[in-house]
Design a protein around this ligand. Structure first.
Ligand code: UGA
Length: 425
């Protein structure tokens, strides 16, 4: 069934969702108040780097997908997905200002006209937000009971770098909703995707998202802690975690030790969940330790570097990999940021390379030498740190011959050279 869908927020989740929903043949309007972004999208250019995204955008833009800066499409739509950012404020609480402003705009758009409508919260919001904040705010503009307007929560589980695959082959689709008619509409939206659908209430759907990200982060910090122990005992961590992951109760994914988790989601959602738990008088010991283990990873990398080099001051250090993971140009909470700052504090001479993430890093940290390729960064380096698992780094070999000394430390396991040492392997 072809549906008319509006999506608010052309950030990562909104852009990927709108393009994928167009691929499912729906008619989609992607709304964003950034006019430059709207123009970029309408001209067929993706504002973010994500494998396969631009190709799919070109296929659909100006056919069944368009981007707008106004909310005129909403009354004519069957559903509106809210996909705006929910960053952390300085006190680690979730900043809901963008959500509130989106809800007010939807309320104004639906106030006087419109057909049956489902407002779907796809942004990650603290459990209870849709019930306690979004619904009362929407009610100020439009009486939901008098018009057939329903609220639902449909969290996304998209990983950057493999977002399209995650959209079309999800492990599950979670629909939180009080109303069967509205839940059916969302089920119709995903028709064609073969996935279990979990129907639940609003707050449970919101919590499933937080608990999932917290568990993924826990697996990573757990693997890192086992990695620390293995390294000090001379045991191969990757072989250990490979064996651990063969147990179907544990699962093989997210057991890769290294420099820790970054990105716009795991660190933020974990911090927000801890804050939320504390506001309910809970002491989330495991969650706090997960964060603590993660925060120590960059310093651990520097300690290992100091152990190998002696002083870092004046040494030439090549930082290879700046994105928080491969497959994206996103540097939000990338482990490369604290590491670059620690190296700058220690007065290292830094050369850096990443296949796509140099432009955003150059804005954040301008005063280091950015190189056009890994070989250039490695030339005359006293040491090198590998921080992103780009597959192309696995091909590096002769480039290491150009280093002044062959101190190669991997924060992500990607190299095939025998000379490298892992952070915890
Ligand atoms: C994460 C979740 O995986 C998605 O399911 C979720 O939808 C998304 O957050 C979100 O909330 O929007 P993402 O942040 O894109 O996705 O990336 P991940 O693949 O989860 O990687 C996060 C970080 O963990 C990266 O820095 C990665 O290098 C690191 N990681 C991952 C490890 O250190 N070890 C592993 O075994 C796996």
């Amino acid at each position: 069934m072809v549906m008319k869908i509006s999506i608010i927020g052309a950030g990562y989740v909104g852009l990927v969702s709108s393009i994928c929903l167009s691929e499912l043949n729906h008619t989609v309007t992607l709304i964003d108040n950034n006019l430059d972004k709207v123009e970029t999208i309408n001209s067929g250019n993706s504002p973010i780097y994500e494998r396969g995204l631009e190709k799919a955008l070109i296929k659909h833009i100006n056919h069944n997908l368009r981007s707008m800066s106004d909310y005129d499409s909403i009354p004519k739509s069957d559903l509106t997905f809210i996909c705006v950012g929910t960053p952390l404020s300085s006190d680690s609480k979730t900043d809901l200002r963008m959500i509130k402003s989106a809800v007010e705009s939807i309320g104004m758009a639906l106030r006087n006209e419109g057909k049956n409508h489902v407002v779907v919260v796809r942004s990650t919001v603290p459990p209870g937000t849709t019930d306690k904040i979004i619904e009362p705010l929407l009610q100020k503009y439009v009486r939901l009971s008098e018009r057939n307007i329903k609220l639902a929560v449909n969290p996304e589980f998209l990983r950057e770098g493999s977002a399209l695959q995650d959209f079309f082959q999800p492990d599950r689709i979670v629909i939180g909703c009080r109303d069967a008619w509205a839940a059916d509409r969302i089920t119709d939206v995903y028709k064609g995707i073969n996935s279990p659908i979990l129907r639940t209430d609003l707050i449970t759907a919101e919590m499933i998202k937080y608990a999932s990200n917290a568990f993924l982060a826990t697996k990573i910090s757990f693997s890192n802690e086992i990695g620390n122990i293995c390294k000090s005992m001379g045991i191969n961590t990757y072989e250990v975690m490979g064996g651990v992951g063969m147990d179907h109760r544990i699962g093989a994914h997210f057991l890769n030790p290294g420099v820790g988790f970054g990105g716009s989601c795991l660190p933020k959602d974990l911090a927000a969940l801890i804050k939320l738990a504390e506001s309910h008088g809970e002491h989330p010991l495991i969650l706090k330790s997960v964060l603590e283990v993660n925060e120590d990873r960059p310093m651990r990398m520097i300690r290992l570097l100091e152990k190998r080099l002696g002083t870092i001051k004046g040494k030439r250090i090549a930082v290879i990999g700046l994105a928080f993971k491969n497959g994206t140009d996103d540097i939000r909470e990338s482990r490369a940021i604290p590491i670059l700052k620690l190296l700058i504090e220690r007065e290292a001479q830094i050369t850096a390379y990443d296949p796509v993430a140099i432009p955003p890093m150059r804005i954040l940290i301008p005063d280091i030498i950015y190189c056009d390729n890994a070989g250039e960064a490695l030339k005359d380096a006293d040491a090198c740190l590998i921080l992103t698992e780009w597959p192309e780094f696995g091909e590096l070999n002769e480039e290491f011959d150009m280093m002044r000394s062959r101190v190669i430390i991997e924060g992500r396991k990607v190299l095939s050279t025998q000379y490298s040492e892992g952070l915890c392997w």
